[in-house]
Design a protein around this ligand. Structure first.
Ligand code: PMP
Length: 323
């Protein structure tokens, strides 16, 4: 899209990003067309939500569950056999740095590592250096309308590969499923494989029945979501039973509540599925509690983040590539 010169650039275009050891304007950042991320989708990524929450009397910005995100990044890198280019400390420093460099109270930090630049050929290239990219963008508030009234979802057969546990940048299957939802006037596609729930196109799905939260086990069929783990942790702390078990497609029809969760959407109630009402067709009582508990959990997590950063302050900007 060509922007009129008289229009100020939207916020995100003024962002700065980290690319292979250098900070540069996002809009000017370039990678080679031979980057295997571009050619093969040969890379992995993370998206980390940053919110301004009250911690110890002051409101500060903090990423939610940053350690867990970088543990998952490490698992994804291991799974595709790309050497982790940075240490956990360096990843956390970079995260703190990219947040600090931008004024936005709510941000989505994006982290991507690809196998690097090489002549196009399928085998792993010898000596390629991973491409490391970190950026952030403003994270608009989750619309009240969605929190208060829930969202619509549709179902579809899960047609993706059997490494959905890897947070791969090869997202074509997920992109097609998201567009399927949009084309049907819905907000998410809930995917089913062999008669069982897997996940949403970009979210995990939980089913609530008789006060119990059920969510599918972590297999190769779905992404081990940081948010759904957070929900399970919060629920368990509050004495709500969480059942991690295969969830049959038929249970979606009889559920009291269905939730979707992700870093960018937190927790939202699905109130219609394939046009049929879910429960009372309103966010249910369990959802209302979980939504409130989740906001409190972000405060707790922010305290932990600042305690950790205090103990290990952001010593320097990570400007050098790790050996
Ligand atoms: N499943 C898929 C396919 C996703 O893309 C996402 C969002 N990245 C999730 C689940 C939720 O993961 P998280 O809670 O870690 O954002």
């Amino acid at each position: 899209m060509i922007e009129s010169r008289s229009n100020p650039a939207p916020d995100w275009q003024q962002a700065t990003c980290y690319l292979n050891g250098e900070w540069t304007a996002l809009i000017d950042a370039k990678v080679s067309v031979l980057d295997r991320g571009f050619i093969f989708g040969d890379g992995v990524y993370e998206v980390i939500a940053v919110d301004t929450v009250g911690a110890d009397g002051a409101k500060t910005r903090a990423p939610f569950r940053a350690n867990e995100h970088f543990a998952r990044l490490r698992r994804s890198l291991d799974a595709v056999r790309i050497d982790n280019p940075l240490s956990l400390e360096q990843w956390l420093d970079l995260t703190a740095d990219v947040i600090d460099r931008h004024p936005w109270p709510r941000q989505l930090v994006y982290v991507q590592v690809t196998r690097g630049v090489a002549k196009r050929d399928h085998p792993f290239p010898a000596g390629a250096v991973p491409t490391v990219f970190v950026s952030t963008s403003p994270w608009p508030s989750i619309p009240n309308e969605q929190i208060e009234h829930g969202v619509a979802a549709v179902t579809h057969v899960d047609e993706r590969w059997l490494h959905c546990d890897i947070k791969s940048t090869s997202l074509l299957g997920n992109v097609l499923m998201k567009q399927y939802a949009i084309d049907k006037g819905a907000s998410e596609t809930v995917m089913l494989r062999d008669g069982y729930l897997t996940e949403g196109s970009s979210t995990n799905i939980s089913v609530i029945k008789d006060g119990v939260i059920s969510t599918p086990p972590k297999t190769v069929q779905l992404l081990p979501g940081i948010t759904v783990d957070g929900i399970a942790h919060i629920a368990t702390q509050r004495g709500v039973k969480v059942d991690v078990r295969p969830v049959a497609a038929s249970e979606l029809k009889t559920a009291d509540e269905i939730w979707l969760s992700s870093s960018g959407r937190e927790v939202l109630a699905i109130v219609t599925l394939d046009g049929a009402p879910v429960g009372s067709q309103k966010p249910g009582p369990m959802y209302c509690k979980m939504h409130e508990w989740f906001q409190l959990a972000k405060q707790e997590d922010a305290r932990a983040w600042h305690a950790q950063r205090g103990a290990s302050p952001n010593k320097s900007h990570v400007g050098e590539r790790a050996a």
